[in-house]
Design a protein around this ligand. Structure first.
Ligand code: GNR
Ligand code: NI
Length: 168
């Protein structure tokens, strides 16, 4: 299988809003499998389609130790069940080498469709809740650095741009 290219901040394509999926065909399954492969190869716990320049509402997540409990989320949405704010040191495959404390509501109800189009819902807390919120942000064109101060965000941007220039 081919590893898909992951876009890096500040690539403007990370700012596109993903559109809903209404066709549940073999092509969707292939894309989901390619994303899962890419995520595992990159040692990530989640990946949104936006990050691989596919602007549809598709997310893959696996927060298990063994990397053997993949979740495929189509058209995911959440509502907050516990507004208590929790802090978590987040990373992002589109913002490599930077880890920042991000604050998000603790407990959510996640609703989504399966790759077959079936509607399901789960309650999420802890790392799963954090990851789901992080990935749904990607589908909206939002990045974890948007929660930081403009100064901090610009510093990260400049460092990543310099690093990119050095490899070009
Ligand atoms: O691999 C990832 N780890 C992670 C750690 C804490 C909070 C969120 C994440 S998601 C990230 C992969 C990624 O960039 N998904 O969009
Ligand atoms: Ni991310």
């Amino acid at each position: 299988m081919n590893k898909l290219n992951i876009l890096t901040f500040p690539d403007p394509r990370l700012r596109k809003k993903a559109t809903p999926i209404d066709v549940f065909d073999i092509e969707l399954k292939k894309m989901a499998e390619a994303m899962l492969y890419t995520m595992y190869k990159s040692n990530g716990i989640g990946l949104a389609a936006t990050q691989v320049d596919f602007h549809k509402r598709l997310i893959v997540i696996d927060v298990s130790e063994e990397q053997n409990e993949p979740l495929f989320l189509v058209n995911p949405e959440f509502t907050v069940l516990d507004e208590t704010i929790e802090q978590y040191k987040e990373g992002c495959l589109s913002i490599p080498t930077f880890y920042e404390e991000i604050y998000r509501p603790k407990k959510i109800e996640l609703r989504f469709q399966t790759l077959e189009g079936k509607h399901e819902s789960v309650i999420a807390e802890g790392i799963l809740s954090v990851c789901v919120q992080h990935e749904i942000d990607h589908l909206e064109g939002k990045l974890m650095v948007d929660y930081l101060s403009p100064l901090k965000r610009d510093r990260i941007k400049n460092k990543l741009v310099k690093k990119k220039d050095a490899t070009n």
